[in-house]
Write a protein that binds this ligand. Sequence first.
Ligand SMILES: NC(=O)c1ccc[n+]([C@@H]2O[C@H](COP(=O)([O-])OP(=O)(O)OC[C@H]3O[C@@H](n4cnc5c(N)ncnc54)[C@H](O)[C@@H]3O)[C@@H](O)[C@H]2O)c1
Length: 202
Amino acid sequence: MNIAVIGLGYVDLPLALQFARAGAAVIGLDIDPAKVASLNSGRSYIKHISDADIASALATSRFSASTDFSLIRTIEALNHHGKPLKGSKILVIGLAYKADVDDERESPSYYLMDLLAKYGAEVSYYDPYIPVIKPTREHSHWAGTKSVTWDVPTISSFDACIISTAHKVINWVELARWSGCIIDTRNAMGGVKTAPNQVWKS
Ligand SMILES: NC(=O)c1ccc[n+]([C@@H]2O[C@H](COP(=O)([O-])OP(=O)(O)OC[C@H]3O[C@@H](n4cnc5c(N)ncnc54)[C@H](O)[C@@H]3O)[C@@H](O)[C@H]2O)c1
């Protein structure tokens, strides 16, 4: 069972850890990056929860914390189209850590791709600046993966496209024509004419 817990404060963090202990895969989402960083490095900020409690939950890989709400937005968008995340073909658009550069080191897109893959999605990426992922220590499992091509048959074959990095050279009007399900984390589709329930802001 996969569970998302929104908020990781006094009430929700113990709840999230309890779900993970019971065997669920839990993603904890919070808007506070300091709390998320603390949890992911095994440190508690709540008196009655020890660092060891956090560390053991992390060690099972059944618990992780994030400020990135795009995963549950993607699940919501797919659900609207009658599809589960597991087995869906998902395209992450933009691998670079920020727009208009070719540097993907420490990019949040990797984190998103890992999460999507962990929950059973078939993950690809498109980035005109990064044709192939070079080997790195942190993301060695993605090394050699190639960017998909930007054309109608390819882009329209995905169940959902997530805009993670909004390079200016990407043609958002084409994306609106080619994809029926777009999760927009960068407001890239803001000025583009789209249909109701086609774009999901995150
Ligand atoms: N603490 C209690 O004993 C208690 C008892 C009954 C009810 N409640 C209710 O439970 C809720 C949580 O209480 P708490 O004590 O855990 O609070 P808390 O302040 O310890 O934790 C709330 C967490 O939610 C995060 N957050 C705020 N807005 C968010 C958003 N939009 N998306 C994601 N995360 C967000 C905050 O960063 C914080 O980490 C509150 O509504 C509170 O009134 C608390």
